[in-house]
Design a protein around this ligand. Structure first.
Ligand code: FAD
Ligand code: SF4
Length: 349
C-alpha cells in the first residue's frame, strides 16, 4: 500500500494530484462522491473558463480523460470515505460501498460549495424567476441563447451583482472569493456576444481582476463590449409593475440613491467551505481553519500538508482558488505525497 495514494475528490485539483502520483510511478485511487468527474466546472456546467477562454467541458474534460485512461488509477464514483484507520505510510480507508482501500498517503481535494443565494433574500433570488446565479447564467450562455426565464423575452438589460456571499460580514462570509470579478467581466462579454442588443451592468464594491486578468477582462469588457461598471451598495431587488426587476441601492461614487430597471439580475456567487468539511474533518482527523476551510499544516514549509501527517490537501479546500492554481496545488500535493512515501520506504529499508 506504500505505492498507493488515495485522492478524495475529482475536481481540477484532485485530477491533477492523481495524474502526478502516477507520473512518478505510483498508483492512485480516486474517490469522488458525485456520478461524474471534473468538480465544480463540470458539475455546475461552467461556460468558457477564465483566463484560457476554453469551454470548461473541453478543458476539464481532457483532465478527466487523462485520469480515466490511466491504468494506474482506480476510480470510484458516487462513493465516499466513511472511515480512515492507520497512520502515514499505512492507511486503510473504508468506502461507502463497503470496500476497503489501503494507501500510504491521502490527498484531500474535496473543494468548495457554491454560496447559496437563498441566504441573501433581499436580493431577490428564489423570489423572482429572473434572478439567477452566475452558474445558472453560465449554463444559459452554454445553451447559446440569452432569454428571461419568466417569459423567454430577450433582456434589454442584465445586472450582475458582485460579492454575493463574499466580503459580507453580516452573513459571516468575510473572505473575497477571488475569481468572481473576472468571471463576471467575462460573462458580461459572453452575454453581449450572444445577444448584442442586451446591455450589461456590473455593480461592484471594488474590482479585483488581479494579475494578468486586468486588461483581458476588466478593460476589454468596458472598451470593446460596453459593459457599464457601477460602484454601488445594493439595498434590494424588487419587482416593478411591468414584470421587470428594480435594483435599488446607492451609487457610492456620487453618493446618491439609484434605482434601475433590469430584465435579468445575476448574483456573482462566492465560494463557501465545502459543506462536507465538518464530516471530512472528523473522518480524516484534520483541522479546519476559522472560516471552515481545511487548515494548512505550515504556510511556507509544508504548503500541501494538513494538521495530520500523511494527509495532504490542495485547491479550493484551503480557501477560494482559481482552477489554474488548484491544478498546480494538486500537482504539488501529489508529488509531495509520493516524495514522503518514498522517504518512508527508504527509511524502513
Ligand atoms: C461561478 C464560478 C465560476 C468560476 N469560473 C472559473 C473560471 O472560469 N476559471 C477559474 O480559474 N476558476 C473559476 N472558478 C473557480 C473554480 O470553480 C475552482 O477554482 C475549482 O473548481 C477548484 O477546484 P477543486 O478541485 O479544488 O474543487 P472542486 O471543483 O470543488 O472539486 C471538488 C470535488 O470533490 C468532490 N467532493 C467534495 N466532497 C467530497 C467528499 N466528501 N467525498 C468525495 N468527493 C467529494 C466534489 O464532488 C468535486 O468533484 C469559478 C468559481 C465560481 C463560483
Ligand atoms: S473577486 Fe470580486 S466579486 Fe468576488 S468576492 Fe472578490 S471583490 Fe467580490
Amino acid at each position: 500500500m506504500q505505492d498507493t495514494v488515495l485522492v478524495v475528490g475529482a475536481g481540477p485539483a484532485g485530477l491533477s494530484a492523481a495524474a502526478n502520483v502516477t507520473a512518478a510511478g505510483y498508483k492512485a485511487v480516486v474517490v469522488e462522491k458525485e456520478e461524474v468527474l471534473g468538480g465544480a466546472p463540470i458539475l455546475s456546467g461552467y461556460a468558457k473558463l477564465v483566463p484560457s477562454g476554453e469551454w470548461a467541458k473541453d478543458a476539464i474534460g481532457r483532465m478527466v480523460s487523462r485520469v480515466e485512461q490511466d491504468g494506474n488509477i482506480t476510480v470510484y464514483k458516487s462513493t465516499k470515505v466513511t472511515q480512515l484507520d492507520g497512520e502515514a505510510g499505512n492507511f486503510t480507508a473504508t468506502l461507502s460501498n463497503g470496500e476497503k482501500v489501503s494507501a500510504g498517503a491521502v490527498v484531500l481535494a474535496t473543494g468548495f460549495t457554491h454560496f447559496d443565494s437563498i441566504n441573501k433574500p433581499e436580493w431577490g433570488f428564489g423570489t423572482y424567476e429572473d434572478v439567477l446565479t452566475t452558474t445558472q447564467m453560465e449554463q444559459m450562455v452554454a445553451s447559446g441563447k440569452i432569454a428571461c426565464p419568466s417569459d423567454g423575452r430577450v433582456p434589454e438589460r442584465v445586472a450582475i451583482l458582485l460579492c454575493v456571499g463574499s466580503r459580507d460580514r453580516q452573513i459571516g462570509r468575510e473572505w473575497c472569493s477571488k475569481i468572481c470579478c473576472t468571471v463576471s467581466a467575462n460573462l458580461a462579454m459572453e452575454i453581449k456576444e450572444i445577444s448584442p442588443e442586451t446591455d450589461v451592468f456590473i455593480y461592484y464594491m471594488d474590482i479585483r481582476t488581479f494579475g494578468l486578468y486586468e486588461d483581458k477582462f476588466y478593460w476589454k469588457s468596458q472598451e470593446e463590449f460596453k459593459t457599464k461598471f457601477v460602484k454601488a451598495r445594493i439595498a434590494e431587488v424588487t419587482a416593478s409593475g411591468d414584470g421587470r426587476l428594480l435594483v435599488k441601492g446607492e451609487d457610492t461614487l456620487v453618493k446618491r440613491p439609484i434605482i434601475i430597471p433590469f430584465d435579468i439580475v445575476v448574483h456573482a456567487i462566492g465560494m463557501d467551505p465545502n459543506e462536507d468539511n465538518p464530516e471530512i474533518s472528523r473522518i480524516f482527523g484534520v483541522g479546519l481553519e476559522k472560516h471552515g476551510f481545511i487548515e494548512r499544516a505550515e504556510h511556507y514549509t509544508n504548503t500541501c500538508g494538513t494538521t495530520r501527517k500523511g494527509i495532504y490537501s490542495c485547491g479550493a479546500t484551503y480557501g477560494p482558488e482559481t482552477i489554474d492554481d488548484s491544478i498546480s496545488q494538486g500537482a504539488a500535493a501529489g508529488a509531495r505525497a509520493v516524495a514522503d512515501l518514498h522517504a518512508l520506504v527508504r527509511k524502513a529499508g
